[in-house]
Design a protein around this ligand. Sequence first.
Ligand code: GDP
Length: 359
Amino acid sequence: GVLSLGWTSRCLKDQDREYVGFATLPNQVHRKTLKKGFALLSYDILLRYFKDWGESGLGKSTLIKSLFLTDLYKDRKVPSAQERINQTVGIIKHTIGIEEKGIKLRLTIIDTPGFGDAINNTRCWQQVDDYIDQQFEQYFRDESGLNRRNIQDNRVHCCLYFISPFSHGLRPLDVECMKALHEKVNIVPVLAKADSLTRAEVCRKKMKIREQIKQFGINIYQFPECDSDEDEDLKKQDQTLKDSIPFAVIGSNVQMEGKGRRFRGRVYPWGVVEVEDPAHSDFLLLRNMLVRTHMQDLKEVTQETHYENYRAECIHKMTQMVVQDRKLRFSSKDEELRRMQEVLERIQEQMQHSQRGGC
Ligand code: GDP
């Protein structure tokens, strides 16, 4: 089903706020791939989030709802403590259709509940790793098949990695997980529940995380370089984006009214935080990046780097298998020849023997 966001009935100001913004995709495609034709409007986002043992979550579902104005988790059942102990990592896929200005987008959110929750987290990313590979494999098969025109692209284009605001930067498990996945998927790190930190703390944590990313050789998604002939505003936006990693986000699904407009926010005894206010969080930057400005590039990097790597490895493995198979067949043929030779020699010997005996 396609979910209409209903901007037509709203005034212009609200319209902008209640609007995800992927209708700019034709422009993104146009700017990047003038003559390549039109891209498939499907987009898969994988959510990785780290939950501490006993912690109630990092606001992943809240953020997704705020980002895409849709509730993916209406029927979610919060697991009890016992269920959580027994929980194994499972993959839940939510597909939503959204339509804006006549452009339809199929968005898949792949959720990894319980990730990092178990007592033994050894290779807890394995299932996610397998999931990404399975999508590549399916695409590889479809691409090698007869009907290549209508391939459904289920490859994962982006992985939002939630970092806890309560830890001192990245934890060893975060490093391990990101490194296990960074050659396969575009990782976009986010600093969750940023409202629990002061402005200075956000700054320090971001710096520390960026340093750790470099120090541990984690290849997160790299924003493409801005062309030198682009206008200054765009260059500035681009730099802001690069400097904001990891995006400090705040999620809320509570609609509020004030100063003549509606907004999503969180109320505290000391004031109100506005999710979409750039002074309060990087929420808007992240959303714009995901759907307005970089959706096409995320798809292209998936195709040209991650999928190509997978494909090359697949072909290499297949070639090796063929060579081995041939070797095996040849060596078995040699063996067969040798045995036939032996049989022949024995027959000859017998013949000679009987000839001699007959004389
Ligand atoms: P999930 O388990 O990661 O999907 O987390 P949820 O979205 O269910 O959020 C868990 C709790 O954190 C809920 O009580 C939310 O209201 C709260 N929460 C979600 N986002 C934020 C945020 O940005 N800041 C704060 N302070 N709390 C949040």
